[in-house]
Design a protein around this ligand. Structure first.
Ligand code: DTR
Length: 349
């Protein structure tokens, strides 16, 4: 009782002081917002700094810091130093980091709309898939992303086979175990492959320990993850792409001044194009490097094998339609939009 009386007494005595401090604080805050001194945002990413998700992160940071005239400072955390792939969505929603990069197909069932990119739709490049993913996002605004501010999207190139054992046919593919991820494992299983879902960051160890014989991912990883060290054999299978989303904590976004938000929004389309082009370049560079430095050899499938693959994977599209419809999505319109955006992309080339 005595203690609380004392506290109350002190509070009464200090009311003027407290009020003054609050008023001064408000004035300082206003001045701060008007001049908008650099505010630091934290951007988390899961794979190593050399990989495509992190290079696109650096591209975005450099462009945005410049466009906003250094009103923002963005600190990057590659290689799961702040959030790993599993913690990314929750970590951004809760504000552990302000911005994060996530591969949507790593969470089967969580992104029913974007699971369509795990289907055998035959995207030919990361540039095309990035453009389509972003346009699909803008056209359909899926509710699973509604709690975040989505800053941009980009995509990997088509998934291919990199193996420590020779592999040059559909039959040979049945004899090896491949690291894959999320819903793309379904495609690999459908063609008779043996898929093990392992996060990218744990794959080098899995390869070295012989848990898997190879990897099903896009060509950039041959160099950026140094898979060419263990995998000397490549097979072109043109499996699906992986779309990525760059997401921001909604409260962190709302706190930004309007001109900063506008600059970031206006840059989004350009970033999607630049990131897609970079991913394609990284893939081509990695293949050339693998061939030169590691005697990496590339095989292609016979027409008969290719036809057989197409037949085996086509039921996956019907299965996605059913799943999407069960979740209330208009699957036919979405697929028609994919075709429309692909045509728009082709027309721009
Ligand atoms: N192909 C997906 C995504 C991907 C492609 N390159 C990288 C590099 C680092 C992390 C993910 C990816 C995958 O295999 O996971």
């Amino acid at each position: 009782m005595k203690t609380s009386m004392t506290v109350l007494g002190l509070l009464a005595k200090n009311t003027k002081k407290v009020l003054l401090t609050v008023l001064m604080g408000g004035a300082l805050l206003t001045a701060h917002n008007e001049g908008y001194a650099a505010q630091t945002l934290r951007y988390a990413n899961f794979p190593p700094a050399s990989t495509i998700p992190c290079v696109q992160m650096d591209m975005w940071v450099e462009a945005v810091e410049k466009l906003t005239e250094n009103k923002l400072a963005i600190q990057t955390f590659p290689a799961s130093t702040l959030l790993d792939a599993k913690a990314m969505l929750r970590g951004i929603a809760s504000g552990q980091a302000d911005i994060g990069c996530t591969s949507m197909l790593y969470y089967p069932g969580s992104f029913p709309l974007f699971e369509l990119f795990g289907l055998p739709l035959g995207f030919s490049s990361a540039a095309e898939a990035s453009y389509v993913a972003w346009e699909i996002f803008k056209a359909h605004k899926p509710k699973e992303l509604a709690r975040y501010k989505v800053l941009a999207m980009f995509s990997s190139g088509p998934s291919q086979v990199m193996s420590s054992k020779p592999v040059d046919s559909l039959a040979a593919l049945q004899n090896i175990t491949l690291r894959s991820a999320g819903s793309i494992s379904d495609g690999l299983s459908a063609i008779g492959g043996n898929a093990v879902s392992i996060p990218m960051s744990e794959t080098p160890e899995a390869l070295q320990k012989g848990i898997v014989d190879g990897v099903c991912s896009s060509w950039d990883t041959l160099k950026d993850m140094n898979y060419a060290e263990d995998c000397k054999y490549g097979l072109v299978v043109n499996m699906p792409v992986y779309p990525f989303a760059v997401i921001m904590n909604q409260r962190s976004w709302d706190r930004l001044p309007e001109d900063v938000r506008t600059a970031i929004d206006n840059y989004a389309d350009k970033h999607v194009a630049l990131a897609g082009a970079y991913v394609d370049e990284a893939g081509a560079r990695a293949l050339a490097w693998g061939e030169q430095e590691h005697a990496f050899s590339l095989a292609t499938l016979s027409d008969a094998d290719m036809q057989s693959i197409n037949q085996k994977v086509s039921p996956l599209i019907e299965a996605w339609k059913e799943r999407a419809k069960a979740k209330g999505l208009d699957a036919d319109t979405i697929l028609a939009d994919v075709a429309r955006f692909r045509a728009a992309f082709a027309a721009m080339q």
